[in-house]
Design a protein around this ligand. Structure first.
Ligand SMILES: [Zn+2]
Length: 250
């Protein structure tokens, strides 16, 4: 009986979560959904675009499934950009590239692979997953770079739109960090969010977006780390910084 009750609770929670995600991804009329991708668990990854001028800013709200705050923040950014008029820069935005991980509440995707270790960066390293213990399993980059649909979708968006800058939201630290040529963009954002500015996150991230697009391709890559329970002020400042990046430039 207890098991049944627990199971029903889990099902209700999953239902409510998917409803929240669908509800939070509803937009105003003038949105442009430009590209979608079905995941192994039959969820949909959505890519939106607004404008075609200036620099192309690629915002990824969530890549680690249990770091959901960025979905909400990037949807707020999209709504403001879609509601506004002319912007200096173009916004390309994927609120979540890991909806399977969101459903499962895991860092990894449904194949237990860390998407942010699955990019074909020069520092991508093959690791025997059987040798990974405990928490380290969550960082496994797969048996080959680009083995995952989610990773390949990011490369597809890149090949279609050639973004100049990549901004990725993560949790649960509290800082703004840059790779490649992202310093000016990171300074602009941290100037508004008042978060600590870092040139290095402090641990190895082989096969990450920062390694591939930042270190290897010298693009502007900025990571915004959002703490577990961000204050309303911090949330508003992050949204304002991102809207300003697109509307006014940096
Ligand atoms: Zn993360």
């Amino acid at each position: 009986m207890l098991f049944k009750k627990g199971y029903s609770f889990l099902l209700i929670s999953l239902f409510l979560l998917s409803f929240t995600l669908i509800a939070s991804e509803s937009f105003n009329n003038n949105n442009e959904l430009v590209l979608t991708q079905t995941t192994p668990l039959n969820n949909l990854i959505r890519c939106y675009k607004s404008g075609s001028d200036g620099k192309k800013i690629f915002l990824i709200g969530c890549i680690h499934g249990d770091e959901k705050e960025g979905i909400l923040l990037s949807v707020k950014v999209l709504n403001e950009i879609f509601a506004g008029k002319a912007n200096k820069n173009t916004l390309i935005c994927i609120p979540s590239v890991n909806p399977d991980g969101n459903t499962l509440n895991t860092r990894t995707n449904s194949h237990r692979i860390d998407i942010n270790r699955n990019f074909p960066a020069k520092n991508w390293t093959l690791v025997d997953s059987a040798k990974l213990k405990g928490d380290k399993k969550k960082y496994w980059g797969g048996s080959a770079p680009l083995s995952e649909k989610e990773t390949r979708f990011i490369l597809k968006v890149d090949s279609l739109y050639h973004p100049d800058a990549f901004i990725i939201l993560h949790q649960f630290l509290n800082c703004v960090q840059y790779d490649g040529s992202g310093r000016a963009l990171a300074e602009f954002i941290s100037g508004i969010t008042k978060q600590k500015l870092l040139d290095n996150i402090g641990y190895k991230t082989e096969g990450s977006i920062g390694s591939y697009y930042g270190d290897d391709k010298r693009k502007e890559v900025v990571t915004i780390e959002v703490p577990e329970n961000p204050s309303d002020t911090l949330q508003n400042n992050i949204v304002r910084a991102l809207v300003d990046v697109v509307q006014k430039g940096y």
